[in-house]
Design a protein around this ligand. Structure first.
Ligand SMILES: *Cc1c(COP(=O)(O)O)cnc(C)c1O
Length: 240
C-alpha cells in the first residue's frame, strides 16, 4: 500500500516502495539497489528535506552549483554526513573543484579527465569512487565511451592512484515501451559482467532514472538516479 504523504518525503517513500517491489519481482534483495537522489537545480533546503526522510546520497550535474551545495552543507550542517556524486559532463577546468569535494564521479569518459581527477584528489581524502560512462545506445549527441571500449578503459583507469573504479553508468534514451528499454540495460549488464570476468572488482551499475528505474532494476541495476520523481519538475534558469 502506498503511504500518502505530501511533498518530498511522500515521494521518496513511494519510490522506495516501487524499488522494493521491482526487486521482489526479479528475486533480488531490497538492499541490492541504492537510491541516488538527483538534486540538480534544487536548493539546499530540498536536499535537507530528503535527508530528513533518510536519504544520504545526492547527485549533481553542474560543477559550480554542486560544489556550492557541498560547501553549504559542510559549513552549515557539519554533523550531517552526505555522500555526493557528480553525474554531469565534466570539463577539464572543473576537475579540481570536483576532486576536492565529491565522493563519486559517475561521468568519467576520457582518460584525460581520469588522470586529472587522480592527480587532483587531495591526499587526506579517501580514494575517489569513479564510474565509467558508457554511451550504450550509440546516440551521436551523447557523451560516454563506446561499449566495446569501456572495459579496457576501466582497466586502464583502475591503475591510477587515488581512484577506485566501481563500475559503469549509462543514460539510455527513453523508449516508448519497457521492452525496448530493456535492450540497452541488458547490454550494460553484460558489460558489467565482462569487467568482472576481466578481474576488475566492480560492484556498481548505475542505470535507471525517474521514468525507467523499474525496468533498470529488472535488468540488474545496482543504483538508480532519481530526480524529478522526488523533487518535482526542474526549472532550468539562467546558468544551466
Ligand atoms: C538529471 C539526471 C538524472 C535524473 O533524471 P530524472 O528523470 O529527473 O529522474 C539522472 N541521471 C543523470 C545523469 C541526470 O543528468
Amino acid at each position: 500500500m502506498s503511504v500518502l504523504l505530501p511533498g518530498i518525503e511522500g515521494r521518496i517513500r513511494s519510490i522506495q516502495e516501487r524499488m522494493k517491489a521491482a526487486c521482489e519481482r526479479s528475486s533480488r534483495g531490497p538492499g541490492e539497489v541504492r537510491l541516488l537522489a538527483v538534486s540538480k537545480t534544487f536548493p539546499a533546503s530540498a536536499v535537507e528535506e530528503a535527508a530528513a526522510a533518510g536519504l544520504r546520497a545526492f547527485g549533481e550535474n553542474y560543477a559550480q552549483e554542486g560544489c556550492e551545495k557541498v560547501d553549504w552543507f559542510r559549513e552549515n550542517r557539519p554533523g550531517l554526513k552526505l555522500e555526493w556524486h557528480f553525474i554531469g559532463p565534466l570539463q577539464s577546468n572543473k576537475t579540481r573543484m570536483v576532486a576536492e569535494r565529491f565522493d563519486w564521479v559517475q561521468s568519467v569518459n576520457r582518460m584525460k579527465i581520469a588522470r586529472r581527477l587522480s592527480e587532483q584528489r587531495p591526499q587526506d581524502l579517501p580514494d575517489l569512487n569513479v564510474l565509467v560512462e558508457v554511451n550504450i545506445d550509440g546516440e551521436a549527441s551523447k557523451s560516454g565511451l563506446a561499449p566495446q571500449e569501456a572495459v579496457a578503459f576501466a582497466l586502464e583507469a583502475s591503475k591510477l592512484p587515488r581512484l577506485r573504479v566501481r563500475g559503469f553508468m549509462a543514460i539510455p534514451a527513453p523508449a516508448s515501451d519497457p521492452a525496448s528499454q530493456a535492450g540497452p540495460f541488458k547490454a550494460m549488464r553484460s558489460l558489467f559482467l565482462s569487467a568482472q570476468e576481466a578481474g576488475l572488482p566492480v560492484d556498481t551499475l548505475s542505470m535507471g532514472m525517474s521514468g525507467d528505474f523499474e525496468e533498470a532494476i529488472a535488468c540488474g541495476s545496482t543504483m538508480v538516479r532519481i530526480g524529478s520523481a522526488i523533487f518535482g519538475p526542474r526549472d532550468y534558469g539562467p546558468g544551466h
